[in-house]
Design a protein around this ligand. Sequence first.
Ligand SMILES: Nc1ncnc2c1ncn2[C@@H]1O[C@H](COP(=O)(O)OP(=O)(O)O)[C@@H](O)[C@H]1O
Ligand SMILES: O=P(O)(O)OC[C@H]1O[C@](O)(COP(=O)(O)O)[C@@H](O)[C@@H]1O
Length: 331
Amino acid sequence: MSKRVAVLTSGGDAPGMNACIRAIVIACKKRNYDLIGYLHGYNGLIKQESISLSLDSTHNLIQQGGTVLHSARCKAFTEEAGLKQAAANLSEAGVDALLVIGGDGSFRGATHLADHYLGQIIGIPGTIDNDIAGTDATIGYYTAIDTAMNSIDKVRDTADAFERIFLVEVMGRHAGFLALNAALSSAADYVILPEFFESPESEIKKILTQIHAQRRVRGSVSFIVVVAENVWPQGLQALTKALNDSGITDVRPVTLGHVQRGGTPVSNDRLLATSLGEYAVSLVGTDTSNVMVGEVNREPTTVPLTTTSDSKPLNSAQVALMKSIMNERYG
Ligand SMILES: Nc1ncnc2c1ncn2[C@@H]1O[C@H](COP(=O)(O)OP(=O)(O)O)[C@@H](O)[C@H]1O
Ligand SMILES: O=P(O)(O)OC[C@H]1O[C@](O)(COP(=O)(O)O)[C@@H](O)[C@@H]1O
C-alpha cells in the first residue's frame, strides 16, 4: 500500500545528512511512497514549511555537507502546544511515517511527539559528537574526526616551528569521542576528555609531568594538548592561564569550532548515511515505531528512541592506547 513519508533534519547539522536524504528519496521512490521534506528542523513541522523531494533533488547530493532541508534548534517544540501543533499538522498532511535525522535532543523531542502523533516515528542518528547510544557511529562523526585531525596537523606545523605548546579545543558537547579520535589520529601529546576529567589541579599536574619528561628526553619540542569542549572550567583561556601560572609560557589556544561541522562527508559517513536511510524506509509500514536505526558491528539495528540518551562509553581499546602513547607516555 502506498505511504506518505516525511523527513527532517534537526539539531546540529552533520556531514552526511544530505547523503541520508538522498538514500531516503531513492528508497521511497522505489516503493512508490510520497516523500516530503520539512524545513528547519521541528520549526518546519510547526509552521508547515515543507518541500517535495523528487529524484531530481538527489543529483550531486551525496557529497554535499550541511543539509538541504536546513536544520535548527526549536524551542516551541519543547512545549506542549508546539508538539500538539506539529502532530496536528502531520495528521492533516496525511503523513504515515516521520523520519528524524538528528541527535539525542531531537530523539527526546520525537519521543514526546509520539504522545500526540499516531503515525510511525523513526530516528536516524546524525551528529558529529557520536554521543548516541545504540549505534557504533553517527552520521557526520567520521568526517568531523578527519576535519579536526587535518586542522591539528596544520597547528602542528606552526607549533613545531616555534617549539610551542598549543591547546586545541575540539567539539563533542559532553562526550569525548571526537576529541579522543582527533588526538590519536593527529599524534597529539595529551588529551583532556570529559570521561576522565577529575579536577583542574590534577590535570595540570599530569600535563606538566608529560611536558617536563618530554623535554628531558627530546629537548625543546612542540606539545599539543587536545581539549574536549565544555570540560575545562571557564574554557581554554583559563587553561592557558593555569599553564602560564605553572611556569609554562608561550602557550597558544586554538578553538576549532564549527569548521568541524562542515565539509564534504568522508566515505564512512556516506556509507553509514546511505545504509541507515534505506533501512529506515524499509521499516515504513511495519509495526516498528519510536525507534532509532543504527549500526552495530556493521549490522543494522533498531533501539527504542527512549534509550538513545543512555550513556555511551568510549572504546576501551582506544582508551588504553590513548594512555599508553599520549597521557601516560612518559610515565
Ligand atoms: N525534551 C524535549 N522535548 C521536546 N523537544 C526537544 C526536547 N529536547 C530537544 N528537543 C528538540 O530537538 C531539537 C534538537 O535538540 P538538540 O539537543 O539541540 O540537538 P541534537 O538533536 O543534535 O542533540 C531542539 O531544538 C528541540 O526542538
Ligand atoms: O551550533 P551550536 O548551537 O553552537 O551548538 C554547538 C554544539 O553542536 C555540536 O556541534 C553538535 O551537537 P548536536 O549534534 O548534539 O546538536 C556540538 O559538538 C556543540 O557543542
